[in-house]
Design a protein around this ligand. Structure first.
Ligand code: 5GP
Length: 345
């Protein structure tokens, strides 16, 4: 047994140190970024925030709304081929750069992926997503998908350590998704005791990826716009959000009415709710690793998006970054014991 005693940080453990700046207003900040991906060689420009591929978050409706803001939606993997055909019937070229097709690693998942890509060759991003990206089988699956689709941008995850980021990038992924256990409806840390504080995971994994000209997505754990900014400040190229984009008109999940209050159901993709819905219940050998909650109904997602983008722009002005691309270079985190004043809750 070994104990690593370096301190590892979560979003709540730091704040940005403000810096002298020549920027006059947050409207001068450019949030759009351009990346060239290491294997596919393709270039992408947009706002690098992604709606998570959860069936209550990564919906077709969400994709249409977020595309207006040049953001990406990782579409959940439970839509049928017919539903995809209908969604893409009159899609413009730009929409293809704003959606990811999600897949697991089973033979059925692979067949469905191949069918969808054959029917819709303009699809651009493939997100290969498993709870635990550390298995050999996962790496070989990524390599198999890379061999079949050399020109697609492949995202693979989730992992939290530099050596596995390198292995996935060398195995064929362009972008690695980082995060085990930080999610708002995730119970992995409680059920298994496994995890890694998310800001440190981002910092360490970004360093490993950038050394090979790859990118990372910081996935999970953001509770507010400040956390999204901290992820970018720590080196994440993209940030993925679940809970922060739940509860809207464009989100899935049933509406729950309690007196005059309206909520929407939100659940983890490994919760018993999701497994009952998609896999006929929780298999005997596994425990559910996700919660089911209700979140206050929040109207159209555009308002929330303005809040998030406004917050990140403001962070950039505080530290003097004229572009999101410069945020990491301009970031000094200070370790803190408290975040905000909670006197009014
Ligand atoms: P959030 O932004 O809500 O904090 O985190 C979203 C992320 O949580 C997702 O992108 C995914 O990686 C993770 N996640 C979603 N559902 C589950 C689940 O049921 N269990 C676990 N362990 N993680 C989940």
């Amino acid at each position: 047994m070994r104990i690593e005693s370096d301190i590892k940080l979560g979003f709540k453990d730091v704040l940005f140190r403000p810096k002298r700046s020549t920027l006059r207003s947050r409207s001068q900040v450019e949030l759009s970024r351009t990346f060239r991906f290491m294997h596919s060689g393709r270039e992408w420009t947009g706002v690098p925030i992604i709606a998570a591929n959860m069936d209550t978050v990564g919906t077709f409706e969400k994709a249409r709304a977020l595309a207006e803001h040049k953001m990406i939606t990782a579409i959940h993997k439970h839509y049928s081929e017919a539903q995809w055909d209908e969604f893409l019937e009159n899609a413009d070229e730009d929409l293809y750069h704003r959606i990811m097709i999600s897949t697991g690693t089973s033979d059925n998942d692979f067949d469905k992926l191949c069918n969808l890509l054959e029917r819709h060759p303009q699809l651009y991003f493939i997100c290969i997503d498993v709870a635990n990206g550390y298995s050999e089988h996962f790496v070989s699956f990524v390599t198999k998908v890379r061999a079949c689709f050399p020109d697609k941008v492949i995202i693979a995850g989730n992992v939290v350590t530099g050596e596995m980021v390198e292995e996935l990038l060398l195995g064929g992924a362009d972008v690695v998704k980082v995060g085990i256990g930080p999610g708002s409806v995730c119970t992995t840390r409680v059920k298994t005791g496994v995890g890694y504080p998310q800001l440190s995971a981002i910092i360490e994994c970004a360093d490993a990826a950038h050394g090979l000209s790859g990118q990372i997505i910081g996935d999970g754990g953001c509770t507010c716009a400040g956390d999204v900014a901290k992820g970018f400040g720590g080196g994440a190229d993209f940030m993925m959000l679940g809970g922060m984009l739940a509860g809207h008109d464009e989100s899935g999940g049933e509406v729950v009415q309690e007196g005059s209050e309206t909520f929407k159901r939100f659940y983890g993709m490994s919760s018993s709710t999701a497994m009952d819905k998609h896999s006929g219940g929780v298999a005997g050998y596994r425990a559910s690793e996700g919660k089911t909650v209700k979140v206050p109904y929040r109207g159209p997602v555009t308002n929330t998006v303005q809040d998030i983008l406004g917050g990140v722009r403001s962070t950039c002005t505080y530290v003097g970054a004229a572009k999101l691309k410069e945020l990491t270079k301009r970031t000094t985190f200070i370790r803190v014991q408290e975040q905000e004043n909670r006197i009014f809750g």
